[in-house]
Ligand binder design. Structure first.
Ligand code: AOF
Ligand code: ZN
Length: 407
């Protein structure tokens, strides 16, 4: 397999790589993007098949459990009555060679007699990890990897983080007024929500793509939230509550629905030991109780994230309140921020400000890849923190994974 000299798709290196290759890979990346929000926790993958300089088939992974990008692109060729034989297949992720919910893409590619495969990035999953590329090479196909690698990894940053670090991608979400208030002091049916309906619908879309939704006990006691995505479209993220004293109400909406949609209460060992009956009552309602050691009021968030990652949660949505949000930020555990801003000033009518618990944050936190979108008159600002490209993440030996020879 040939490893390309550079992994970027930037303008400066157009000369360094085959320009048509880059154009087709960019097209595959755009296709991949369409799957975001529907494929999680699978990666979003796009594929383009080209023959004699013409695109003869396109496809992307549309839905979790559905056919992979390569299969859809091959199917597209056939629907158009075109043969993929001898063509070049551009795909944004190493083709799989395992039997999962679907069959191995490598076999379909080989059967279709594709001549050359260009891959943006390897799949670090144990079932792949270079094995897919190797299988194609063994079958006599020309295989190249690393074109637009950085973009391909950024597109699936949560997938790469979960597979390589074992921890979920953490999205911190809140809604605020212009003066930074997160709630009304005196909520009423008319003054319950800060943001508009379109913003709230969008927040439910976000809930649908994550494996866990996390809040603090104060939010639960104040709002009695359900914390489910609505409409659910079959998604049932685990609802996690940080509750160091086991204060959750047994008759609240979370525990009343715990048998239908999972609930995890994260508490202190002290609380469980001093009141084992209470923990038992919570378990009887169908919720799981997980306890951390150490100071009661300082939940071990890393332990929790490792636990969630281990049970297959790829993305966690942290929804509040202000102190919970601040502690995730203070511990440097946030990967992405999503904030909805409503054009109103709540003044004395508003309560809770993120600025207060964050007043002692020692470092400035800047966002990258910032994206701004409007929902009616509300504004949504999204951005990423820290090193979100796993290819740039230093490996334990200090060598960035990008500079290694790929498998
Ligand atoms: C590909 N093409 O479009 C995607 C791949 O359960 P399955 O069969 O859907 O397999 C899911 C795994 O396949 C997923 O964890 C990831 O390693 C790979 N995703 N592979 O060849 C695709 N989405
Ligand atoms: Zn596949």
């Amino acid at each position: 397999m040939t490893k390309r000299g550079s992994t970027r798709c930037s303008q400066e290196r157009v000369e360094a790589v085959n320009a048509p290759d880059e154009k087709f890979m960019r097209s595959a990346l755009r296709l991949a993007q369409k799957g975001l929000g529907s494929v999680e926790p699978n990666p979003a993958v796009g594929c383009v098949i080209v023959k004699a300089g013409q695109v003869i088939g396109k496809g992307y992974h549309r839905k979790f459990g559905g056919p992979h990008a390569e299969i859809n692109a091959l199917e597209d060729c056939r629907t158009l009555g075109l043969s993929p034989e001898g063509g070049t297949l551009y795909v944004t992720l190493e083709p799989c060679c395992h039997w999962g919910k679907t069959g191995p893409c490598t076999e379909a590619i080989i059967e279709a007699k594709i001549g050359r495969v260009v891959v943006a990035t390897g799949d670090p999953s144990a079932h792949a990890h270079g094995k897919g590329l190797e299988q194609l090479r063994q079958a006599g196909l020309a295989v190249e990897a690393g074109l637009c690698e950085s973009e391909a990894r950024q597109l699936n940053a949560p997938f790469f983080k979960h597979v390589t670090a074992g921890q979920p991608w953490v999205i911190l979400k809140w809604a605020q007024s212009l003066d930074g208030k997160l709630a009304y002091v005196d909520p009423s049916p008319e003054r319950r929500w800060i943001t508009n309906e379109a913003s709230r619908r969008d927040a439910h879309r976000l809930r649908r793509r994550v494996g866990a939704i996390l809040v603090g006990i104060n939010t639960v006691l104040a709002d009695d939230p359900l914390l489910t995505p609505r409409p659910s479209q079959g998604r049932r993220p685990v609802r996690v509550v940080l509750d160091h004293q086991l204060r959750i109400r047994l008759e609240g909406r979370l525990l009343r629905t715990a048998k239908a949609c999972p609930v995890l209460i994260y508490t202190s060992k002290t609380a469980v030991e001093s009141n084992p009956q209470r923990a038992e009552q919570i378990r009887d309602r169908g919720a799981a109780v997980l306890a951390y050691e150490g100071p009661d009021e300082m939940p071990d968030l890393r332990f929790l994230l490792n636990h969630l990652g281990g049970r297959g949660v790829q993305q966690v949505l942290v929804e509040g309140g202000a102190r919970v949000a601040a502690s995730f930020l203070q511990k440097g555990l946030v990967d992405e921020i999503c904030v909805y801003i409503a054009p109103k000033i709540l003044g004395a009518g508003g309560s809770t400000c993120l600025a207060e618990p964050l007043a002692n944050l020692p470092q400035v936190v800047g966002l990258r890849h910032v994206e701004i979108k409007t929902f009616g008159e509300d504004v949504r600002l999204r951005g990423r923190l820290g090193i979100e490209d796993a290819a740039e993440r230093p490996a334990p030996d200090g060598i960035p994974t990008k500079s290694r020879e790929s498998a």
